[in-house]
Design a protein around this ligand. Structure first.
Ligand SMILES: Nc1nc2c(c(=O)[nH]1)N[C@H]1C(S)=C(S)[C@@H](COP(=O)(O)O)O[C@H]1N2
Ligand SMILES: [Mo]
Length: 445
């Protein structure tokens, strides 16, 4: 059968048929369990305008960060983690100063005003962090990458960091963006209840990643021509949610994508990967949802049969009215735009401001950006600035506020495939892929 396995819709349809035919291996999760969880997520359709559903009522969508922000108080206190030299105390290792981050339990998002005046890349000190549990301490001297599975011709293979660094390297500019970035706007703009971390627009960053192509490693490991799935797994703690241990964070990639443009990165912006971003090695999957970018990579299973994990059956699917009962699998990120301004910030009246922002898409480069300062009544082109054609586009817009008062600023972009930003994003229970135009409130004083 010829299907394009870099298109996750095709891939998923095939995998689902195989799953239902009993041909797939879900690593200890029974089919009944997966289907039950899938159904629970699909059934948990809250009414518009109802206050947030506690995650306990929706175990399929459990997220420790959102469900219980008090669970990890250390992350909210930069002083508590900043000095952690030996054993990390909080879930995130780097300092999280409130002028750079909003912190939610084990997760932290970049404040967009912290990108003002920055260059093309998101500096590591302000790059968002999304941890299911906590940043592990990994000794690079004893770290090994293990490859194993039915898809390898000569059995398991192990690589040290030195082995990896000796292989030909490649450098990619790529965004990493959480699939739930913008999730809070389902509630604040659309009156809908969704579960998961209530990100604004700051769960995205662009960095220069250096490492070895996954295809190079797979070829040297002896990948068989009939291998179909590749399953990278992290070395962080197993993730327990809703009383169920789902094991280590892992998500299968179709072999075609794994061989095309996936990187095993050991550098971020010219430095060794910081602990919070996957030291010593993480996966980078250009254009795809953040969960594909497995941090603290420890093992890669290569299989001649289909693989599943909760991260592509139970999570990272679109559930809700208008979606299949088993949900729709996700791969690429959508189009978004953000102003490099504080949320509910103040601008001085009586003068012209140069507003800066960025737009991005998992489909490819941004072609056009427009701004509205009058509630969406009229739209005007923004001026692209800096580099063209990369994972995001910087832009600027000159605005002289007509009078003091409250305003909402809007930006919307169109990417190279023609995809744009709608006024409303269709609802899904887990609040993924919010691509609608965001109304950014400011006060002119
Ligand atoms: N091992 C491991 N990899 C992981 C995660 C994790 O919790 N553990 N989180 C994923 C998710 S959901 C996202 S959005 C990105 C976030 O990458 P960052 O923390 O470097 O910004 O990492 C992904 N890789
Ligand atoms: Mo994510």
């Amino acid at each position: 059968m010829s299907i394009d396995r870099t298109d996750e819709h095709e891939y998923d349809a095939l995998r689902m048929r195989q799953w239902l035919a009993g041909e797939a291996d879900a690593r200890g999760l029974s089919r009944r369990h997966l289907l039950r969880l899938g159904t629970a997520a699909a059934a948990a359709v809250p009414l518009a305008g109802v206050a947030a559903t506690p995650a306990a009522a929706n175990p399929a969508a459990g997220n420790p960060g959102a469900a219980n922000p008090a669970a990890a108080p250390a992350a909210a206190d930069p002083a508590a983690v900043a000095g952690a030299a030996a054993e990390p105390t909080g879930p995130i290792r780097k300092p999280l100063p409130p002028e750079l981050f909003y912190t939610y339990g084990t997760n932290a998002e970049t404040r967009w005003e912290a990108m003002a005046g920055q260059g093309y890349y998101t500096p590591a000190d302000r790059f968002f962090v999304r941890n299911h549990t906590r940043t592990p301490a990994i000794d690079p001297a004893t770290w090994r990458l293990q490859l194993f599975g039915s898809g390898l011709r000569h059995g398991p293979v192990e690589l040290s960091l030195q082995d990896l660094r000796r292989l030909p390297s490649d450098t990619y500019d790529a965004a990493i963006e959480c699939t739930g970035n913008g999730r809070s706007f389902f509630t604040s703009q659309q009156g809908q209840t969704v579960s998961g971390t209530a990100w604004k627009l700051g769960a995205v960053g662009v960095a220069r990643w250096r490492g070895v192509r996954l295809s190079t490693v797979l070829r040297r490991a002896g990948i068989r021509p009939d291998a179909v799935d590749v399953l990278p797994e992290g070395l962080d703690d197993e993730w327990v949610t809703g009383g169920v241990n789902l094991g280590r964070v892992r998500r299968p990639l179709p072999v075609a994508k794994a061989m095309r443009d996936v990187l095993l990165a050991y550098e971020m912006n010219g430095e060794p990967l910081p602990p919070d971003h996957g030291f010593p090695v993480r996966v980078v999957v250009p254009g795809w949802i953040g969960i594909a970018a497995i941090k603290w990579l420890g093992r890669i299973e290569v299989s001649t049969g289909p693989l599943f994990s909760p991260w592509n059956t139970q999570f990272y699917r679109l559930f809700g009215p208008g979606y299949p009962a088993d949900g729709e699998l996700l791969s690429r990120q959508v189009v978004k735009s953000a102003f490099e301004l504080p949320w509910q910030g103040t601008l001085t009246g009586g003068r012209t401001h140069v507003l800066h922002g960025r737009s991005w898409s998992g489909n490819g480069p941004i072609r056009r950006v427009e701004v509205s300062t009058d509630g969406g009544a009229s739209w005007h082109p923004a001026t692209p600035t800096g580099r063209r054609g990369g994972p995001w586009q910087q832009w600027s817009y000159r605005w002289r506020p007509p009078a003091p008062g409250a305003y909402t600023l809007r930006a919307r972009a169109v990417d190279a495939t023609g995809a744009g930003q709608p006024d409303v994003t269709p609802f899904n229970t887990l609040g993924y892929l919010f691509d609608a135009v965001v109304a950014h409130p400011v006060t002119v004083a």
